[in-house]
Ligand binder design. Structure first.
Ligand code: NDP
Ligand SMILES: O=C(O)C(=O)[C@@H](O)[C@H](O)C(=O)CO
Length: 281
């Protein structure tokens, strides 16, 4: 196989850098996770996105440890699960995440969901600020926060989140929230970047892919990269893991970008953050 592509870094608002393309592990069974993450690291990915909710932090940690790479060469993100928003529980959950990953320090820790109907995410965020101050995580951020949730954090807490990880793909382009993030120095991370496959047979995308001799997934991932977002497609399929990283040797035109953005139809594949208040039993 040819040399691994060079993946650009994005500099977060506290100076920490993160590879713009990573590898997501949602819905990868624990038994399959180590092999998938090792395949991604062998292919050249240096950024893994996991969460306590995914039940595979241990296997992510094992893959990083067994990869032969230095710990500092791999950027690892995890997320605080929904049942642990209270201050003491958030601190304890972070300890468990580090233990499960088998790491001394995490690169990025996120509040997974705001849960506006049940918790007080400002209390949660103060716990995150304490974790940051402890030096055991290099950056903290949020996930699925809408502008009103962020505004409340700005008013009542001190540290501006480094990232906001939200659902973004051609059927949910989220330009208003992305612009709000950017105005406040928050990097946007686009989850479900290919909408779990739902956008790949769209005629606009297949036509651009055909013209460029690329796959639909490569075109969509390239659209995210040129918009400046951070992405981490998931796959357990070696050929797709390799395909999804080979997006740094071609460019979409301004017209391609605009045509893909115009596919927006406000369609979510996942829950709506304003109404999602699920906590594990
Ligand atoms: N913060 C949050 O609330 C959320 C965060 N996330 C994060 O975002 C990551 C990515 O999102 P995810 O929901 O997994 O969905 P993705 O948009 O990454 O799509 C994954 C699906 O697409 C398939 N696929 C991957 N590559 C290709 C390809 N080149 N061609 C065709 N099909 C392909 C995969 O199949 P296969 O594996 O069989 O190859 C899988 O079914 C997650 O893994 C997680 O890390 C996701 C959801 C919510
Ligand atoms: O994958 C994630 O990070 C999620 O938060 C999702 O699992 C989300 O909670 C969901 O899809 C629930 O049905």
């Amino acid at each position: 196989m040819s040399a691994a592509p060079v993946i650009p870094d994005i500099t977060l608002n506290n100076g920490v850098t993160i590879p713009q393309l990573g590898f997501g592990v949602f819905q990868i069974e624990p038994k399959d996770t180590k092999a998938a993450v090792l395949a991604a690291l062998e292919t050249g990915y240096r950024h893994i996105d996991t969460a306590e909710m995914y039940g595979n932090e241990k296997q992510v940690g094992q893959a990083v440890a067994e990869s032969g790479l230095k710990r500092s060469d791999v950027f690892v993100t995890s997320k605080l699960n929904n049942g642990y928003h209270a201050h003491a529980q958030a601190l304890a959950a972070f300890d468990r995440t580090l233990d499960d990953l088998g790491m001394e320090q995490l690169d990025l820790f996120l509040v997974h969901w705001p849960l506006p109907g049940i918790g007080d995410y400002t209390e949660t965020w103060r716990a995150m600020e304490e974790i940051l101050a402890s030096g055991r995580v290099r950056a903290i951020g949020v996930s699925n926060f809408q502008t009103a949730h962020l505004d409340r954090l700005f008013q009542e807490t001190s540290v501006v989140p480094a990232v906001n990880q939200i659902e973004v793909h051609p059927y949910l382009v989220q330009d208003e929230l992305r612009e709000f993030d950017a105005r406040h120095g928050i990097a946007t991370q686009a989850w479900s970047p290919i909408a779990q496959g739902k956008v790949l047979d769209d005629p606009v995308i297949t036509a651009i892919a055909g013209r460029l001799g690329r796959s639909p997934a490569q075109v969509v991932l390239r659209w995210h990269i040129q918009r400046g977002d951070i992405v981490f497609p998931k796959s357990v399929t070696r050929a797709r893991i390799e395909e999804n990283i080979r997006i740094f040797d071609f460019e979409l035109t301004e017209d391609d970008l605009a045509r893909i953005t115009a596919l927006d139809r406000g369609e979510r594949t996942g829950p709506d953050p304003d109404t999602f208040n699920w906590v594990p039993a």
